[in-house]
Design a protein around this ligand. Structure first.
Ligand SMILES: Cc1cc2nc3c(=O)[nH]c(=O)nc-3n(C[C@H](O)[C@H](O)[C@H](O)COP(=O)(O)OP(=O)(O)OC[C@H]3O[C@@H](n4cnc5c(N)ncnc54)[C@H](O)[C@@H]3O)c2cc1C
Length: 581
């Protein structure tokens, strides 16, 4: 759904509108074309990827590359590439649906994501005409594979501390340095390499595998995603033509961090997709295994885990589709026809940097909790490599580390938000923001009350500390957690509300899922909010902040029967059913 008639939603602005006031895309809005492509991706994963699960995880580079090539033949490597370069030029929402499918095999999904996102998109958004014409058609078909080489042994989170250098010599760039942890390095044909021109201007270059002076190290021995290639890329007086500079001298930071925003949105989507698979096999196992004469699904504490998995998937999907809807809307207002098309698109994406980080942090931690619940639900079998839960536990751990660690992303959420609040055109903040309402649906009221309190605490942080809050990282992380709770709870509530209004067959289940999120989010908001307030103020001001939190908190409702109902629906369906595919 392109919500082009409505005014463009401003990144980071969700907190300043009553619950439900902003337009919101949901998975239920997906059009036929997007669903047809997602179905093709699902069939590809069912037919080609999952049957080769073990072979992929033995790190068979040829197999990996061959499967990427097959994905290219299907068109799913070129979803975001314009038709003029052999792609499909579809909305990001389609890419999200496809990623959810790919995520059912974590190693392949990592190779796919590194190629289609952080490998290809720098060329798409920052390449000149000749660069796009040279690389994009090959990347769309999978004839060539791309990689993104930012990290070095000495500079990970502090990416601008890179030591790789580039100097211009006789019409060629000469690159020196070693990039570390590069996904797809074992078989990639083109690397987006970040290096400093003359040791100062951080810039991006297109380095081909066959260029003189390029080599890769041994495969890293990893905890998980063992079937994805991860190596160092060594540049030893690597000579490349002058026109392989990407986006201009000194533009490296813009490219590196701009592109990571897209990677972060997508990590949210793949986390939801992986969660669906975990829930499916955990439902099967807990339905089949009996203890005390009953299936495990009969026990309240197992039901709690199964229901919580579904809550996390529903909430994650709701956040992801909401954000991707804003993004598609902003991107639809730009055009490749304009000379500045790529830059305009990147700018549109960057406006939602905060939402991108929220999708990444929230999604990766939700999947981590789900993987842990799966291991626990399997009991001893959860600890055995003979069963699937052990693998996802290892495979999903990386999601909290790459694409910017969750610590760095939490700091980004807080700093982006506080920056948006400052300045003459800043977002309006009101410490006493009253909750709007009643809004005609108890789920919306619950979300609105929560948002108004989070807005109040954010305003307190802004007034007392402003950007200085970042010097107290624990407090900044608490603010980020509060913002995520607000975005997550509202996104789920609005989706359930709309499903109810549309008479959707899973509306009742959706309401239960949103209810559990809302109730438990309130508990977390009370704890985080109290601790944040204590970092900001003392004495009577602290008492006032604590009282405001207490007064706004809803009376708790019993969640056990709600979760029992959720589990019943999950068991009957054998899967998470509130999904477009
Ligand atoms: C399997 C895998 C694949 C990868 N693929 C790629 C790839 O394709 N391309 C690429 O360029 N890179 C890739 N990376 C690198 C990855 O992005 C980095 O590992 C990550 O950004 C963290 O950097 P680091 O490992 O140097 O950790 P560090 O930066 O040393 O961080 C260590 C710890 O300190 C914390 N920390 C650091 N700075 C701060 C701060 N200012 N405030 C608070 N806490 C802080 C971190 O959050 C973390 O917990 C990959 C890594 C792995 C493991």
């Amino acid at each position: 759904m392109v919500i082009i008639d409505a005014p463009l939603v401003q990144g980071g602005s969700f907190l300043f509108h009553p619950a439900g006031a902003l337009p919101q895309a949901t998975p239920e809005d997906c059009g036929e074309e997007a669903l047809a492509i997602a179905e093709a991706a699902r069939d590809f994963v069912d037919g080609e990827i999952l049957p080769r699960d073990e072979a992929i995880d033995r790190l068979d580079l040829e197999l990996n590359r061959g499967l990427l090539r097959k994905a290219g033949e299907l068109g799913i490597l070129g979803i975001e590439i314009p038709e003029a370069y052999g792609g499909l030029d579809l909305e990001k929402k389609t890419a999200l649906l496809v990623l959810e499918q790919m995520a059912r095999q974590a190693s392949f999904s990592t190779s796919y994501g590194a190629h289609t996102s952080i490998g290809t998109l720098p060329i798409l958004y920052f390449g000149n005409e000749a660069q796009k014409a040279r690389y994009l058609p090959k990347l769309a078909t999978g004839e060539w594979i791309a990689a993104y080489a930012l990290t070095e042994a000495g500079s990970g989170s502090d990416a601008l501390g890179a030591r790789a250098t580039a100097r211009l010599e006789d019409g060629h760039w000469v690159l020196n340095g070693t990039k570390a942890w590069i996904t797809n390095a074992g078989f990639a044909d083109v690397f987006v390499v970040f290096a400093k021109v003359n040791g100062t201007h951080f810039s991006a270059f297109l380095v081909e595998r066959t260029d003189p002076g390029v080599s890769t190290g041994a495969e890293e021995k990893k905890m998980g995603i063992k079937g994805s290639s991860t190596r160092t890329v060594i540049l030893d007086n690597c000579r490349i033509p002058e026109d392989r500079l990407l986006g201009g001298k000194g533009k490296g930071a813009r490219i590196a961090f701009g592109i990571l925003n897209v990677g972060r949105f997508k990590l949210g989507a793949s986390s939801a997709g992986a969660g669906k698979r975990v829930l499916e096999y955990t439902l099967k196992y807990t339905g089949e295994r009996h203890q005390f004469g009953k299936p495990l699904t009969a026990f309240g504490l197992i039901r709690q885990k199964l229901a919580n998995m579904a809550v996390r998937i529903f909430v994650g999907e709701s956040m992801n589709f909401r954000t991707i809807g804003y993004l598609d809307d902003a991107l639809a207002r730009t055009s490749w026809e304009r000379e500045t098309g790529g830059a305009d698109k990147m700018k549109a994406i960057e406006a939602f940097a905060m939402e991108a980080s929220m999708a990444k942090v929230w999604g990766s931690e939700a999947l981590w909790a789900t993987a842990d619940d799966a291991v626990q639900s399997f009991g001893g079998a959860g600890f055995s490599a003979e069963y699937p839960a052990e693998k996802i536990y290892r495979d999903c751990r990386i999601n909290r580390i790459f694409e910017g660690t969750n610590e760095i992303n939490r700091l980004l959420i807080a700093s982006t938000f506080l920056k948006r609040c400052g300045g003459p055109d800043g977002l309006p903040l009101d410490e006493a923001r009253p909750a709007a309402g009643p809004l005609g649906d108890p789920l919306l009221d619950l979300a609105e009350d929560l948002k108004s309190r989070v807005a109040g605490l954010a305003a307190l942080a802004h007034r007392t500390q402003g950007p200085k809050l970042l010097e107290n990282q624990e407090a900044a992380a608490r603010l980020s957690n509060l913002l995520m709770e607000a975005y997550a709870t509202e996104s789920a509530a609005i989706r359930a509300h709309r499903m109810t209004a549309a008479g959707h067959r899973w509306a009742e289940l959706a309401r239960d899922l949103a209810q559990v999120q809302g109730q438990e989010a309130w508990l977390r908001v009370q704890a985080e909010g109290a601790m944040l307030a204590a970092e900001l103020v003392a004495g009577e001001a602290l008492d006032a902040a604590l009282a405001a939190l207490r007064d706004a908190a809803p009376r708790p409702v019993p969640l056990a029967p709600i979760r029992a109902g959720i589990t019943e629906a999950l068991v009957a369906q054998g899967r998470y059913p509130v999904t477009p595919l």
